[in-house]
Design a protein around this ligand. Structure first.
Ligand SMILES: Cc1ncc(COP(=O)(O)O)c(C=O)c1O
Length: 405
């Protein structure tokens, strides 16, 4: 019998998917001892367990048979209508349920859209840095990546325009709200400028927006979708606002594309988890969600501020960090001579983990950057973890400089 190595059989597309530091680390980060600033995990203390349990029982009582059956690919219509109504109220849009498809997490929407649009070698523009799961999903279709630098208020517009001018870019993938990993939010001005560029160059956009409801203030900018509805696929998620284990997300789809998205999704999983859809809908119509959101927004805002205070207190003064208006992440810039991968190797030995910046680029960048999740750890663990990071960092700095900070 002819023996081959396992990986000789893998497709080129599969081989292009980079490993996820985060998901590998999540396998060990679940251990009791580990203080994790790594995943984008909501704080489990706030999971609405009782309300979801009650909603599940009610959903079984009223729709038990339907929710256990195969269902249509687009998803449960009342749930899609609920999402449309919420957007229309919040942003005064006129999104229709027929333009919304429910997905198994917004991660799936990124995969299905990549499947629909990306041929090997097609140009895809991403932020610099961007979400690792987005890079993974897109990479499976072997695009040619271009990057645009992120400034404090969104992408560098001149650079973005230049990339569109000089290259054949089909799709832009971006996270305008409380960006993962940087925590940056695009200004209204930049949203409009991006929309104008999309229209002018006829580029499609995947506006990834899972943190939309995790905002610490009332100033919500309009989505880019509002300014270029024919070019933007706008994804959302219940993962951060309720619980990621539900695996429930959605995508708002420009007119004319829904039937094609439906076909692409059919090839993946026929339809999204029907049971989850009914339970989530019951939970939403029981009016639990707004009370829940008030609680988690307040808690995460407090945790975010607390982490910033700890960084100021314990880390060297030349460590810079972003001040997000929502979401779950701070983005740190350590002194240039520090390799964040080496730092995490050291902190891991003391059961503290974060994600080094290199994971969030499609080019070799981010060596001295760090992404810190502030939503998951308790304040006590947060302080303990940051003290450990600070002490390892100071030791590394002493070694590289011979100077103590
Ligand atoms: C920017 C971004 N997009 C998509 C996702 C995937 O979320 P979901 O749980 O909805 O699949 C995440 C999860 O962390 C994320 O940070």
């Amino acid at each position: 019998m002819k023996h081959t190595k396992i990986n000789e059989k893998f497709s080129e597309n599969f081989k292009n998917i980079p490993k996820s530091f985060i998901r590998e680390i999540l396998n060990i980060a679940g251990s009791e001892k580990m203080i994790s600033f790594a995943g984008g995990l909501p704080n489990p203390d706030f999971f609405p367990v009782e309300a979801l349990k009650k909603s599940a029982l009610e959903a079984f009582d009223t729709n038990g048979v339907e929710m256990l059956q195969y269902a249509g690919t687009r998803g449960y219509l009342p749930l899609r209508q609920w999402i449309a109504d919420r957007y229309n109220k919040k942003y005064r849009l006129s999104v229709k349920a027929k333009n919304i498809i429910i997905t198994n997490g917004s991660q799936q929407a990124i995969d299905v859209l990549s499947k629909m649009f990306v041929n090997p070698g097609d140009g895809v523009l991403v932020e610099k840095p961007t979400y690792l799961g987005g890079i993974q999903a897109l990479s499976a279709y072997s695009p040619r990546f271009y990057e645009t630098k992120l400034e404090k208020d969104g992408p560098d517009i001149i650079e973005t325009g230049r990339v569109f001018d000089q290259n054949d870019v089909k799709l832009m993938y971006a996270i305008p709200n409380f960006q993962n990993p940087s925590g940056i939010t695009y200004s209204e001005e930049k949203r409009k400028q991006i929309a104008a560029l999309l229209e002018y160059h006829n580029v499609l956009m995947l506006e990834d927006d899972p943190y939309n409801e995790i905002c610490f203030d009332e100033n919500c900018e309009m989505p880019v979708y509002a300014y270029a509805p024919k070019h933007v696929f706008w994804t959302g998620s219940f993962s951060k606002m309720i619980a990621p284990g539900l695996r429930m997300g959605w995508v708002v789809i420009p007119d004319g594309y829904a039937e094609y998205f439906e076909r692409a999704k059919q090839s993946v999983d026929l339809h999204s988890n029907n049971l989850s859809q009914y339970v989530v809908y019951q939970y939403l119509t029981n009016n639990y969600i707004d009370r829940h959101l008030i609680i988690i927004r307040k808690a995460y805002a407090r945790q975010c501020t607390f982490m910033q205070q700890l960084i100021e207190k314990y880390l060297p003064h030349d460590v810079q960090f972003t001040k997000p208006r929502g979401g779950m992440f701070l983005w740190l810039k350590l002194p240039d001579r520090i390799d964040a991968c080496k730092l995490v190797e050291r902190t891991l030995k003391q059961n503290v983990v974060f994600v080094p910046g290199v994971s969030f680029y499609v080019s070799p960048n981010g060596k001295s950057n760090v992404r810190m999740n502030f939503s998951n750890a308790s304040e006590k663990k947060m302080e303990e973890g940051i003290r450990i990071i600070a002490s390892e960092l100071k030791e590394m700095l002493q070694r590289v400089n011979g100077v103590s900070h």
